[in-house]
Design a protein around this ligand. Sequence first.
Ligand code: ADP
Length: 395
Amino acid sequence: MKILVINCGSSSLKFQLIDAVSEELIAKGLCERIGIDGSRLVYTPAGGEKQIKSVEMKDHTQAIGAMLEALTCEKTGVVKSLDEIGAVGHRIVHGGDKFASSTIINDEVISAIESCNELAPLHNPANLLGIAACKEHMPGTPMVAVFDTAFHQTMPEEAYLYGIPYEYYKKYRIRRYGFHGTSHSFVSARTAEVLGENYENLKIIVCHLGNGASISAVKNGKCIDTSMGLTPLEGLIMGTRSGDIDPAIMEFLAHKEKMGVEEIMDILNKKSGVLGVSDGFSSDFRDIEDAFEAGNEDCVRALKTFAHRVVKYIGAYTAEMGGVDAISFTAGVGENSPILRRMICAYLDIELNEEENIKRGEDVVISVPGSTTKVLVIPTNEELAIARETLALVK
Ligand code: ADP
């Protein structure tokens, strides 16, 4: 069965068509600048050339239409008709505490996702637009919602509650939800496979280090804690997000700089992280690392601060799980940065096999043989994980 995986943002839409049985990618692409002048479609059939085409996309329905046209195009398409697409899997950012697993989309599910909109005002409404547009173009095709938050729903109460009046949890469901769940689930399960161990017997820490970064503790196949919270601002230091700070800094800055809540939130979301700590040098880890190697002080400081926060969480999660069997690195930075992995493992006093540490794009164990705690690099594949979940539900 061919499964279409859709990750819909407010002005962009990423898609992949995957053969759910062989798990091979058939085609992938991106609709950019939806609803903005200059919209375009980027489309790549597997083994073929990347095409970039200007297409008018006033809304998500037009974007989905353009995507389906590309997939069925006589010359460069990959399916003869839409009937060949057996199901659609949608990435949904926030399922609140309503969804602990993926689910077939129906009207009731759509209303439940809508009710989580205020928890992810930038993402969930866009995800819903993608669902509505697919429904219009492919009314008979089953659709599945796969939530970024679902994997973390197994956290115990003591891990998801904040130390604020309980009435706010009862009234507004203010609690830790966590994100990147599809990746944490995929990478932790794959870690057990690569080690040839039973997933249900392992204590794993997954470091998903990308532009957005989060870390999770997975004990016996279940997530017991994760660093992102009510929103993806909490936890690790990220590309431009602050991660954990003393909440009183907000009041202090408000007085000193005469700023309102929106301005402060903008600083914490867009001007902080390694961008902020490097004194504005860059939010891109490639730039930061190149300058780090050349001895640039701003970037040395930024990378050290970033690594320190990761180490602090690894320590906390090791304590929460009563030990750790494996630490897995994934996502843009986690997969591609031997320097950061070296810095983090030096703190933890875990010796790395440098020949493995410099490999890219494959599952590798990078700790030396015999290491009590294994360290791995596992490339994440959220689209494949969504396709698997979708297949399991529509089969
Ligand atoms: P997101 O999905 O949150 O946007 P990604 O997982 O795509 O993030 O990661 C993006 C980050 O990965 C960027 O900061 C980028 O610089 C970093 N990255 C990508 N390739 C490399 C590399 N070769 N070395 C270091 N960092 C890299």
